[in-house]
Design a binder for this molecule. Structure first.
Ligand SMILES: Cc1cc2nc3c(=O)[nH]c(=O)nc-3n(C[C@H](O)[C@H](O)[C@H](O)COP(=O)(O)OP(=O)(O)OC[C@H]3O[C@@H](n4cnc5c(N)ncnc54)[C@H](O)[C@@H]3O)c2cc1C
Length: 552
């Protein structure tokens, strides 16, 4: 934790040095002493301190400074650090200055120079200043800071990005006074939000995922041009493949477009994963897997989107969204699935502003005491209902079918039944969502009677069927009619190998129609959509990669 700051400002460098020396002697072990020779320099230093998230306990400013006197300086300093205690230094008693100092900047003390001996004249004053500051002052905030608007989609996306990548951050709504102070210190305006301020004080205006990733220390650039294995997708399947690949000596890089963890990372509680009888949060499980993969030497790139996969001789070439490339001997494709869009009037406009896909755990606090609606009848929707029931007044689970039993595990149905504030509405669809700046109302249709009902709410979470996003793969990698990638025996048609298959053997079990490109997890046609099977397939794909490499 960094030390709070004592600042001294005096245009006479010898006086400024003397004050700083006396302050260090007495307070140096608990406070950092910062000195400046003018009001302007001191304000620059204070802006930097603000962005870094350090705390200022007290400011001692000389009154008679050219360009900006001590009172004008303290007035501006207060805009940045309203809780810092303030003392004005003067060479001789000046009643007008004293009155002005009290009226304008509410100074705590008025100190006459010279203050020798400091034990008698300076330290008692500074002791009183720091004591008052300790009682009411702010504390250093060393995490990343995010200033945004509660109902802005870009702000929501940055929150999600930071949360899902386990980057600790503090959120400031743009209408809070501290948000204005931070924006001022960064020289940014409200139009430029979301603004991210990194722990070392760098301000990023409306940043992209890769910009944030690079600034907060997540790897975004590969260290090599050629790998043994490239894993595309950082969900359980991809993490499994990267972990086993790296631990078995393959030079491995995993490329993830958003945050490692994939769908599992969004699960509030996975109850059915082997070895966790009390359940485990998806973020915990996948966070550990990521650490484990890194420990074995896998590279993990975050916020990098793969948009192309081509064959160049024996190499497989991966193209990133920015056009750059890496090559590899083998690939494990583990891109999973994403939620389908909910078809209801007004959805697109309000997404990220009250309508959210997935569990959006960052929104949990803001659901306190409110009525929340969740769309979906599968386990993911059930888990979200359990999670939000701890915060919301009521949780209303909207299920299209006539019963939950068809789509949700028995243990979850039982859990939901035991929670008082969860209501399940079957045969119900969302017809429309409305709101000016953010979601305010939702219109539901009862499929059995055709009746519609419009209800007030600020929160609608969507957990409906998921689809693979595999269009970018091109024609050489065969997919089924829903876009899932076909592998192994599913590629054989009446005993014939897929068109263009170049090898004198059948595709291996998890191998796609391109030799050396293996597929694991939810994106694979006919796969079981579970964490355990995704992890298992990731591990198995690596065993098949070894077989493929041996035959080359
Ligand atoms: C809320 C929720 C709760 C769930 N609960 C359970 C449970 O309790 N038990 C259970 O067994 N299963 C559960 N599941 C299902 C389980 O999470 C999935 O089956 C599992 O995550 C699939 O893993 P995967 O690695 O195949 O794909 P995903 O988890 O979908 O991960 C794929 C990753 O690939 C990335 N990606 C996609 N395209 C690209 C690209 N072009 N370039 C780079 N990266 C890309 C994505 O961003 C994503 O991170 C749940 C799912 C959800 C959504």
């Amino acid at each position: 934790m960094s030390m709070p700051i004592l600042m001294t400002v005096d245009d006479d460098p010898s006086v400024s040095r003397a004050v700083a020396r006396d302050l260090r002697r007495r307070y140096g072990t608990d406070y950092r002493v910062v000195r400046a020779d003018s009001g302007a320099d001191a304000l620059d230093a204070l802006r930097e301190i603000k962005l870094r998230g350090d705390a200022v306990a007290a400011i001692l400013a000389d009154y008679r400074m050219p360009n900006m006197n001590g009172i004008a300086f303290l007035e501006q300093a207060m805009d940045l650090f309203p809780h810092a205690r303030r003392a004005l230094l003067t060479a001789y008693a000046d009643t007008d200055a004293a009155i002005q100092a009290i009226n304008v900047v509410d100074v705590d003390h008025y100190l006459l120079k010279p203050w020798d001996p400091p034990e008698e004249k300076l330290y008692p004053v500074v002791d009183a200043l720091v004591e008052t500051w300790h009682a009411v002052g702010d504390r250093p905030i060393e995490e990343t800071k995010l200033i945004g608007h509660r109902w802005s989609r870009p702000s929501y996306e940055v929150r999600q990005f930071l949360a899902r990548n386990s980057v600790p951050y503090r959120w400031y709504s743009v209408d809070e006074p501290e948000a204005s102070r931070l924006l001022d210190a960064a020289g940014a305006t409200q139009e430029e939000i979301p603004v991210v301020i990194t722990p070392d004080g760098k301000a990023l205006r409306a940043p992209t995922g890769p910009e944030i990733a690079a600034a907060v220390g997540l790897s975004t650039e590969p260290t090599a041009e050629f790998y043994d294995l490239v894993v595309i997708g950082g969900g359980p399947a991809g993490l499994g493949a990267a972990l086993y690949g790296a631990s078995e000596g393959l030079r491995t890089v995993l490329v993830e477009k958003k945050a490692t963890g994939g769908q599992a990372g969004q699960s509030s509680r996975i109850e059915n994963y082997l070895g966790f009888p009390d359940g485990v949060s998806g973020a915990q499980l996948t966070g550990r897997a990521r650490r484990q993969a890194l420990k074995f030497g896998a590279e993990v790139l975050t916020a990098r989107d793969v948009v192309g996969l081509t064959v160049r001789g024996s190499a497989r070439v991966i193209t990133f969204g920015d056009g750059s490339e890496i090559a590899t001997h083998a690939v494990v494709l583990a891109t999973g699935v994403s939620y389908r869009s909910l078809q209801a009037e007004g959805i697109e406009r309000l997404t990220g502003r009250g309508v959210y896909y997935g569990s959006a755990s960052t929104e949990a606090q803001s659901c306190s005491g409110e009525d929340v609606y969740i769309v979906g009848g599968a386990n993911s929707a059930g888990q979200a209902a359990v999670f939000f029931s701890r915060y919301a007044r009521t949780v209303n689970l909207l299920v299209r079918g006539p019963a939950l039993e068809r789509s949700m595990s028995y243990y979850l149905i039982e859990q939901l039944r035991a929670i008082d504030n969860v209501r399940v509405r079957v045969c119900t669809t969302v017809e429309a969502v409305e709101g000016e700046e953010h979601l305010e109302r939702v219109t539901l249709r009862d499929a059995s009677t055709g009746a519609t009902e419009t209800l007030p709410t600020n929160h609608l979470f969507v957990f409906i069927g998921a689809a693979p996003r595999t269009e970018w793969l091109g024609d050489s990698i065969f997919r089924d009619s829903h876009g899932f990638v076909c592998t192994g025996p599913d590629l054989l048609r009446e005993g014939h190998r897929p068109q263009g298959w170049p090898l004198d053997r059948d595709p291996l079990y998890l191998e796609s129609s391109v030799p050396g490109v293996f597929v694991a997890g939810d994106v694979r046609s006919q796969s079981v959509k579970r964490v355990a099977s995704a992890v298992g397939e990731g591990a198995m794909a690596v065993a098949l990669v070894h077989r493929y490499l041996e035959e080359r």
